[in-house]
Ligand binder design. Structure first.
Ligand code: CMX
Length: 442
């Protein structure tokens, strides 16, 4: 058993015992109450799930095992030039709760290289799709196609004890993460470069090699990919891609089927697809205004026209956050450090000056601040990755790190089938009638 797997198993056994003790003593304690507006309102804020790998605070933003993004940038082992953190380190941290050493991260890079061979039929399945199929559709099709390789499925068929569910889930997780950059790069090159594919460079780290296979050799772009893959990796368990992966996983569907579902959720414009929508919205605005250097007044007018058309401003708002997203700030910091005077980046910053005030004035938007998707496109465009509808695939490769480490935990802790209760509006009316009756009776 490899060191990471062994560590994970030890930690999982300890936590499982701890949880069992907690539940024995406090299992009936109330942790939340549910209001009718939450029942109708997308279950916002209801505590109903355990997610060990990260936690989202409405004000402070994401914490990966307690670490903020700037703290991770300092603490995690970095790429060769020592600038940006390697996603391998974040995966290690999410899985076992410890900051890895340089050697441990190097081991993980090598392990993922060893596991990175994509089954040949995956490429055939992709090649059978029209090249203009949305890259996210291609991505989920490819993930589903690779399910034929699932260790969990095979071992479950052979008769697997519940106590061992975590073991092949770890194997599936490691294999999937190792293979996805190649799959994503294949989709990119077949969709936009006539299938002119680039073979992996095994001397590079996971994110560096991903950049290389996409066709980008610029060192700063490789650093952007390291940062990008770190900041998009996890956002606690309630967001749609994480929750979908978790829900599907709770039926004992394997990591491939669970992840494919999670990625379908990420492909929605209110979630991960917002990154393509943001940059499209910005370019449409620049086209409409006939300039790449709009004034704040011009931007405000365009924002108002979007709102008047009954559309949302993509990249703004969040179901949990109530301050500017630290992932937005991390990308702004990157741009300030690596990119000087880029028109589109400047536009993103001007939009940041203008939009929150306008959304606040609407009086209904709970969070007027930018989220992660408001900045990412401008950075990618700067380095020449201009195929907007590929952007969510990048998000998806990164998000896999979080949702699959969480799936390993769900299996190790023996979480049950997820099955919340639904009600009908007839039930709600009867419930309200009973409440009123009780009030009248006093
Ligand atoms: N532009 C215009 N209106 C917005 C808005 C925005 N960016 N964000 C919220 N609102 C509106 C909502 O549509 C809602 O209007 P109605 O009451 O008329 O339906 C009202 O404000 C209240 O919504 P909320 O409680 O503030 O936000 P929700 O929790 O319901 O939704 C989110 C959150 C992200 C879906 C929403 O803010 C949004 O649509 N943002 C734009 C899309 C986006 O950037 N998504 C990416 C999120 C991050 C990610 O998952 O990647």
């Amino acid at each position: 058993m490899d060191l990471l797997k062994q560590k994970f198993n030890e930690k999982a056994i300890a936590l499982r015992n701890e949880i069992s003790d907690i539940l024995k003593e406090y299992g009936d304690l109330k942790v939340d109450e549910v209001k009718l507006k939450q029942v109708y309102g997308g279950a916002r804020g209801i505590k109903s799930m355990v997610w060990e790998t990260s936690e989202l605070d409405p004000i402070k933003g994401i914490r990966f095992r307690g670490y903020s993004i700037p703290e991770l940038r300092d603490a995690l082992p970095k790429g060769k030039d020592g600038k940006e953190p390697r996603p391998e380190g974040l995966f290690w941290l999410m899985l076992v709760g410890e900051i890895p050493t340089e050697d441990e991260v190097d081991w993980l890079t090598q392990e993922w290289i060893k596991r990175s061979k994509v089954p040949e039929h995956t490429f055939k399945v992709l090649d059978s799709l029209p090249p203009n199929t949305h890259p996210m559709t291609q991505f989920t099709v490819a993930i589903s196609a690779m399910q034929s390789e699932s260790c969990f499925s095979q071992r479950y068929d052979e008769g697997l004890s519940k106590a061992d569910f975590w073991d092949p889930t770890y194997e599936d997780t490691m294999n999937l993460i190792a293979r996805l950059p190649r799959v994503a790069a294949y989709i990119y090159r077949r969709s936009f470069f006539n299938g002119d594919h680039i073979q992996p460079d095994t001397s590079l780290d996971w994110a560096g090699n991903f950049a290389h296979m996409l066709g980008f050799e610029n060192d700063d772009f490789k650093n952007l990919m390291r940062l990008y893959m770190v900041i998009h990796a996890d956002h606690e368990g309630g967001n749609a891609s994480a929750h979908t992966t978790h829900l599907i996983g709770s039926t004992l569907s394997d990591a491939y089927l669970s992840l494919a579902g999670g990625m379908n959720a990420l492909a929605g414009p209110l979630h991960g697809l917002a990154n393509q929508e943001v940059i499209r919205w910005i370019f449409n605005m620049l086209d409409a205004l006939g300039t790449t250097k709009p004034t704040k007044e011009e931007i405000a007018n365009y924002v108002n026209s979007t709102l008047e058309a009954g559309q949302v401003i993509p990249g703004y708002g969040h179901a949990v956050l109530r301050e500017p997203d630290p992932r937005f700030i991390a990308q702004k910091r990157f741009a300030e450090e690596y990119i000087k005077g880029d028109d589109i980046v400047e536009v993103v910053w001007k939009v940041f000056d203008v939009v929150p005030g306008i959304l606040q004035e609407l009086g209904k938007v709970k969070n007027p601040w930018p989220n992660v998707d408001a900045h990412s496109g401008a950075l990618l465009v700067h380095y020449g990755l201009k195929e907007f509808n590929f952007y969510t695939v990048l998000f998806g490769v990164s998000r896999t790190l979080g949702v699959l480490s969480a799936l390993c935990w769900a299996r190790a802790l023996g979480f049950p089938l997820e099955r919340p209760k639904s009600v009908t509006t007839t039930w709600v009316k009867q419930f309200l009638a009973k409440q009123k009756e009780a009030i009248v009776k006093g």
